[in-house]
Design a protein around this ligand. Structure first.
Ligand SMILES: Nc1nc2c(c(=O)[nH]1)N[C@H]1C(S)=C(S)[C@@H](COP(=O)(O)OP(=O)(O)OC[C@H]3O[C@@H](n4cnc5c(=O)[nH]c(N)nc54)[C@H](O)[C@@H]3O)O[C@H]1N2
Ligand SMILES: Nc1nc2c(c(=O)[nH]1)N[C@H]1C(S)=C(S)[C@@H](COP(=O)(O)OP(=O)(O)OC[C@H]3O[C@@H](n4cnc5c(=O)[nH]c(N)nc54)[C@H](O)[C@@H]3O)O[C@H]1N2
Ligand code: SF4
Ligand SMILES: [Mo]
Length: 665
């Protein structure tokens, strides 16, 4: 019987779309946007419209498997869940007995997971095992630290409210690929005469039509934002009254911005100073002025300070207090879930490993102290820095690796045991958006694919087998959802909506009218002492470009429309290309489509080159989340990304990769 069932997209995307899934028995016929959600507005991206290609494609894992060949060669035998779970439980127990619980490392990120499949029964298991803790820093760690330090993660401008802005600044953000539901409100604002400014090293689709595009060198957002701040102070355009009423650290911030004149910042960012000054003046003149800050500016050594400086601008310029004025970073706190109650086990103070340095830890062998790796909700070989180190680590004969995923990822090929996971269409979920201000409780719309199982079921089973289950533990999906909601700070109305099976959504307030900073004193802290301490007293101090004569090109790896990070990469078999400005190609004697070697001291990638006028000079681009089949030598941008950490939050510095490119022989 054909029927339409409601669902919600849990993928790592700001938009948190509501879905209408048409099914015939256990067959998905179509997936469309649900009209009940005003942001989704009845349309969704092609990735999720075609989700069945992922859910029923040839890479989908249909049963547990154990390795039968050498590590990394992808030779496995199918086994029963009973055999697989017994093996996993006995090996985890053996590792804990021989080396202590900390020798077990859960490796997850969970960007595409809600509260039932990440930080729920999984965390219970690992806490009770006394496993090492993972600092989940691969994304949003610097932005999170900066937004927390300055504003206590105050919810931002609701995405539909961009329609009311007279000026929109897209700062290191590319909604055309990575959050498409912001595009219509931007278009509506522009139809009413709003101006658009884009700060991005690439000429993104929206940069092409923008009124002003600052094509800065990656990693230079900090001086650029500080120069705008200084210009506002110098030209009497700072809102001193607002700052006196609502901010601390104003003088300290002003001092740290002081070295950055328009000329000096423009020189460092390699842009025209006149353009930068025009951007500052446009921002000062416009109201409402909205800054949509993305995650591009955080992925470098200056990332935390850069985001803090960008987020300071609406305070300095006095842009709050009107609908469509202020900023948006993450809106995750607008309707926040994620309470610890669901875990039913207090956090233990075991050692913490930064996921950006997993390669380093694994390759340290015995000294690294990790002998069992449990990978889930993550595809580390494709997404962590220093891919070659991660690969060498995964090849270690004395490492026992479990990979729990929906599809046969590059990482899974290195597993000792593979466990097949359900997709969101097959399990229960409870998901809060980080762009859209919406929470949705979803039910399975089709039965699990063959033997695939949900995370909550598998981790509960492992707790039981390891003797770590306790009476009263929430286990089934409803009990888990109840525990999350009971511990959340959701307003009554949202809880009622969820209980009635509806989307719990907030229209979003006006910053400094309906929303104040969620800091302890409800003020903005322009130089929060905790962040300054974390940055070694050097918050807002610019760290120089890591380029060298041997490796002068900045390699960035932006999000692409056809994937979410590495998710869906199995569906695209076309080879990837390195994007390069024509002048850089000419200087190397390269023509469009030539085979090239992209290299630095960490590794190399062999692929084709695409001559691309939308890249700026001395910056090359290779898509984020590529799989081994996308390049000739199986390496991706991550093979060239350093595992050094950003100034705040222990964040990744993917875009600090500096490389050289030559014709491949
Ligand atoms: N289709 C799709 N959607 C996604 C994702 C995906 O992979 N595909 N990923 C999801 C995830 S995990 C995230 S975190 C978000 C990311 O969402 P975005 O932040 O919008 O995406 P990014 O591509 O990471 O970076 C945005 C832009 O920053 C630019 N950039 C790179 N370095 C710098 C810099 O130093 N300064 C400035 N100003 N700009 C810079 C890039 O050229 C890029 O255009 O998107 C989510 N949505
Ligand atoms: N070079 C470079 N690398 C980057 C970035 C960059 O800008 N440049 N950006 C980074 C960013 S922004 C992010 S967020 C990270 C993301 O990196 P990852 O966290 O590795 O995210 P994905 O690549 O989406 O992989 C998620 C995996 O989880 C699986 N999965 C999904 N749902 C479930 C489930 O319910 N159960 C189980 N067991 N598995 C599930 C999916 O099938 C998929 O294989 O990548 C980072 N890597
Ligand atoms: S990936 Fe983003 S745009 Fe696509 S359906 Fe999911 S939430 Fe919507
Ligand atoms: Mo991300």
């Amino acid at each position: 019987m054909v029927e339409v069932r409601p669902s919600a997209c849990p993928l790592d995307c700001p938009d948190a779309c509501s879905l209408a899934v048409t099914i015939d028995g256990d067959r998905v016929i179509s997936i469309d946007g649900d009209r009940r959600n005003p942001l989704t507005a009845g349309f969704i991206c092609a990735k999720v419209r075609n989700f069945d290609r992922h859910a029923r494609g040839e890479s989908r894992l249909d049963a547990p498997r154990v390795r039968i060949g050498p590590k990394g060669l992808g030779q496995f035998a199918t086994v029963s869940w009973e055999v697989a779970l017994e093996l996993v439980a006995s090996r985890l127990r053996a590792v804990a007995d021989a080396h202590g619980g900390e020798a077990i490392l859960p490796l997850c990120y969970g960007g595409s997971n809600g509260s039932l499949t990440q930080d729920a029964v999984d965390a219970r298991l690992f806490r009770r095992l006394g496993a090492s803790r993972l600092a989940r820093t691969v994304c949003a760690a610097p932005t999170g630290s900066a937004a927390m330090g300055l504003y206590g993660k105050m919810p931002g401008i609701a995405l539909p409210d961009y329609e009311h802005a007279a000026l929109c600044v897209l700062w290191g953000c590319n909604p055309s690929a990575s959050g498409i539901h912001l595009v219509p409100p931007l278009a509506r604002a522009r139809a009413r005469g709003a101006k658009l400014v884009v700060v991005d090293p690439r000429r993104t689709p929206l940069a092409k039509s923008a009124d002003l595009h600052l094509a800065i060198r990656p990693g230079t957002d900090l001086p650029v934002a500080l120069a705008i701040a200084r210009w506002l102070f110098d030209n009497g355009r700072a809102d001193l009254e607002f700052l006196a009423a609502h901010a601390t650290g104003v003088e300290a911030f002003r001092e740290r911005a002081w070295p950055w004149t328009i000329e000096r910042a423009a020189a460092v960012a390699e842009i025209d100073p006149a353009l930068l000054e025009r951007a500052a003046a446009m921002y000062a003149d416009a109201s409402p002025a909205a800054i949509r800050c993305g995650w591009g500016p955080e992925r470098n050594r200056n990332g935390g300070s850069a985001i803090a400086a960008v987020l300071a601008l609406p305070a300095v310029a006095g842009k709050f207090g009107v609908r469509g004025g202020g900023y948006t970073m993450s809106n995750g706190r607008a309707l926040a879930l994620g309470d610890d109650a669901v875990i039913a086990e207090p956090e233990v103070a075991t050692r913490e490993i930064n996921m950006n340095q997993v390669g380093r830890v694994l390759t340290a062998g015995r000294a690294g102290g990790v002998f069992a790796l449990f990978v889930y909700n993550c595809n580390p070989l494709a997404t962590l820095p220093d891919q070659n180190a991660v690969r060498r680590g995964l090849l270690r004969p004395d490492l026992f690796t479990i990979v729990f995923d929906q599809v046969m990822t590059d990482t899974a090929r290195y597993a000792d045991v593979i466990l097949p996971a359900t997709t969101f269409l097959e399990h229960d979920e409870l998901r809060s958006g980080y762009g859209a201000m919406a929470v949705q409780r979803t039910r399975p719309v089709v039965a699990p694919y063959r033997q695939a199982r949900p995370n909550y079921a598998v981790f509960a089973e492992l707790c039981a087998r390891l003797g770590l289950a306790r009476p009263g533990d929430p286990i089934d999906a409803d009990a888990l959802a109840d525990a999350v909601l009971a511990g959340s700070a959701l307003p009554e109305a949202a809880l009622r909506d969820l209980a009635a099976g509806d989307i719990a959504a907030s229209a979003g307030g006006i910053q400094f009218v309906d929303e104040l900073p969620r800091t302890a004193d409800r003020r903005i802290h322009l130089v929060p002492p905790s962040l300054d301490a974390e940055a070694g007293g050097r918050l807002y101090h610019y760290r120089e470009d890591p380029e060298t004569a041997a490796h002068p090109l900045a390699l960035i790896s932006p999000a692409v429309a056809r994937q979410v990070s590495s998710t869906f990469g199995q569906l695209d078999r076309r080879p990837a290309a390195l994007h390069m400005h024509p002048d850089d190609a000419a200087a190397r004697g390269l023509a469009d489509g030539d085979r090239v070697r992209v290299f630095n001291d960490l590794g190399e990638v062999v692929c084709r080159v695409a001559i691309d006028r939308d890249m700026r000079r001395r910056v090359v681009g290779l898509a984020k989340g590529l799989w081994s089949h996308h390049t000739e030598n199986g390496a991706s941008a991550n093979a060239l990304c350093p595992d050094a950490l950003a100034d705040l939050g222990g964040g990744a510095t993917f875009n600090d990769a500096r490389v050289q490119v030559e014709a491949a022989r």
